[in-house]
Design a protein around this ligand. Structure first.
Ligand code: GLV
Ligand code: MN
Ligand code: MN
Length: 418
C-alpha cells in the first residue's frame, strides 16, 4: 500500500491514457450520431444507459455508490480518515442534442481514470475522494442548466426542478423516475474540501495560443430568459401586408437586436437566441405565436444586467410597432464565479511540473463548478478543443491532451487529499 503523504513519492504516478480513451470511446457509442457526435439528452434512454455503465464501472473499483433525489450519482473512495471532508471531482454525462463526445464526459471519465489508477496502484489518501455525475448540466431539454449541482448546493429548489417541462410536456421529475434515477439519498450539500472539474475548453484560445492546458480563473455569469410573442394568425393570400401582426417577423427583428447588442455595449458580453418555436408553423398561415430563448453571458454581472434592461426596451419597441405583445420570463441567473485562487495556482503549478505552461483564461461556458464554487474551494482544468468547436458533432480533442488533463487532475487530487 502506498500512502500518498507528503513524504511518500507518488510523483511517478500517471493515469493510463489508453484506458481513458477506451472509456471515452465506450461512452461515445451511447447516443452516437451519424456525424461522430452524441445526443444524450438529460433523462433520456441514452442518459440512463450511460449512467448504468458508469455505475457498473464505479462498483468495479469498490466505490460506495449513491444516487440522490436529483439523480446525481456519487462514488466514494474512503480515505485514511473518513471524518475529513472529501475532495471531489466530476462533471456530466448528459449532452446537447447533436453534441460532442467530450463535453462533460471527459470530466467524469477523467476522474474515473484517476480513481482506477489509485485503485490499481493501491494508493491511499488521507481524505476520501468522491466522483460525481451531475444531472442535467446542459439545460437543453430541461432548463435551466446545472440543475443537479444547483439543487445539491442549495441554490435551486428541488420541487421547482421537478416541475420543469421539456417541449413535449414531460416533467423533469417524472422523467427522472421513468429512467429509474430518482434516488433516495437527500440532494443536499455536504462539506467538500476542494472541487476540481476537468473539461474541454469549448473555445479557440488554447489552440490559438498553442497551449495544452488552460487554468480558468472562473466562469462567466449567465442569464437565461424565454420570450413569448403573440401575433394574429390569418390566411397569407388575402391578407394585405399592411396591418399584419406577424409574430415571426417580430421575433426576427428582436433576434437581430440581440445579436447586435454586444457590439454596441462593448465589454466581454455575448448574447444568443438559440431556440425558437413558431406556431402553427405552416407555409400559408401568418405566424400566430413564437417562443424563443435568450442566453446572455459576461464576466461582468452588471454588464449582463444592463444588457438585459436594454434588450427589454428593444423588445418592447418592436412589439409595440408590430402590434405583437411580448411576455418575457427570466428563468435563470447565475453570477460570475471567481475560483479559489490557491486552487487555480495549484493547477498552474501542477501544469508546470508536468512541463506545460497553462494559459490563464475565463470560462465562457457554464459548468457545475460554478455552483460548486459557491460552497467549496473550486478550480477547473481545461484541455484544447480542436478548431474551437463544441456543442456540435464536430467537437474533438486529442487523446494525448485528454490524458495530460487527467494527469493534472490526478496530481491536484493527490495534493489536496493528503
Ligand atoms: C453549458 O453547456 C453551457 O451552456 O455553457
Ligand atoms: Mn460541459
Ligand atoms: Mn455543454
Amino acid at each position: 500500500m502506498i500512502y500518498a503523504e507528503a513524504d511518500m513519492n507518488t510523483e511517478p504516478l500517471r493515469v493510463d491514457g489508453k484506458r481513458l480513451r477506451k472509456s471515452l470511446e465506450s461512452m461515445a457509442r451511447i447516443g452516437a450520431t451519424p456525424g461522430g457526435g452524441v445526443s444524450r439528452l438529460a433523462l433520456s434512454d441514452e442518459d440512463r444507459e450511460a449512467r448504468n455503465l458508469f455505475i457498473q464501472w464505479l462498483r468495479e473499483i469498490d466505490l460506495e455508490v449513491t444516487v440522490d433525489e436529483m439523480g446525481n450519482i456519487f462514488g466514494k473512495r474512503p480515505g485514511q480518515n473518513s471524518e475529513l471532508a472529501p475532495v471531489m471531482s466530476g462533471s456530466h454525462v448528459d449532452s446537447q442534442p447533436m453534441g460532442g463526445r467530450f463535453d462533460g464526459i471527459l470530466g467524469v471519465m477523467g476522474m474515473l481514470e484517476v480513481l482506477r489508477t489509485l485503485h490499481e496502484h493501491r494508493v491511499e489518501t488521507r481524505r476520501p475522494l468522491v466522483i460525481v455525475d451531475w444531472t442535467n448540466e446542459e439545460g437543453s431539454r430541461f432548463s435551466p442548466a446545472m440543475m443537479g449541482s444547483g439543487v445539491w448546493a442549495g441554490i435551486l429548489d428541488r420541487q421547482w426542478a421537478y416541475s420543469r417541462m421539456d417541449l413535449g410536456g414531460k416533467k423533469f421529475g417524472e422523467e427522472l423516475e421513468r429512467i429509474g434515477f430518482k434516488g433516495t439519498s437527500p440532494c443536499r450539500k455536504w462539506p467538500v474540501h476542494a472541487y476540481f472539474e476537468l473539461h474541454i475548453e469549448q473555445g479557440p484560445l488554447l489552440e490559438r495560443e498553442k497551449r495544452i492546458l488552460g487554468s480558468p480563473e472562473g466562469i462567466v455569469g449567465i442569464l437565461w430568459a424565454d420570450g413569448y410573442i403573440q401575433g394574429k394568425a390569418n390566411q397569407v393570400g388575402p391578407t394585405p401586408m399592411e396591418g399584419r401582426n406577424d409574430a415571426l417577423c417580430a421575433a426576427a427583428e428582436m433576434i437581430l437586436r440581440v445579436n447586435e447588442l454586444p457590439g454596441k455595449m462593448g465589454g466581454n458580453l455575448v448574447a444568443t437566441v438559440g431556440e425558437i418555436q413558431n406556431y402553427p408553423n405552416s407555409r400559408n398561415i401568418i405566424p400566430e405565436r413564437v417562443r424563443f430563448t435568450l442566453d446572455i453571458r459576461s464576466w461582468d454581472d452588471d454588464l449582463i444586467r444592463r444588457a438585459w434592461e436594454e434588450m427589454k426596451r428593444d423588445f418592447q419597441e418592436v412589439s409595440g410597432r408590430r402590434g405583437c405583445p411580448i411576455r418575457l420570463e427570466e428563468i435563470w441567473k447565475v453570477e460570475h464565479a471567481p475560483f479559489a485562487p490557491h486552487l487555480v495556482q495549484m493547477v498552474r503549478e501542477t501544469g508546470r511540473q508536468l512541463g506545460l505552461e497553462p494559459l490563464p483564461m475565463v470560462s465562457g461556458a457554464g459548468h457545475d463548478a460554478s455552483y460548486m464554487n459557491q460552497i467549496a474551494p473550486t478550480a477547473m482544468i481545461f484541455v484544447p478543443s480542436i478548431g474551437g468547436r463544441s456543442h456540435a458533432e464536430a467537437e474533438n480533442s486529442s487523446w494525448e491532451d485528454c490524458e495530460i488533463g487527467a494527469n493534472v487532475l490526478l496530481k491536484c487530487l493527490l495534493k489536496t487529499s493528503t
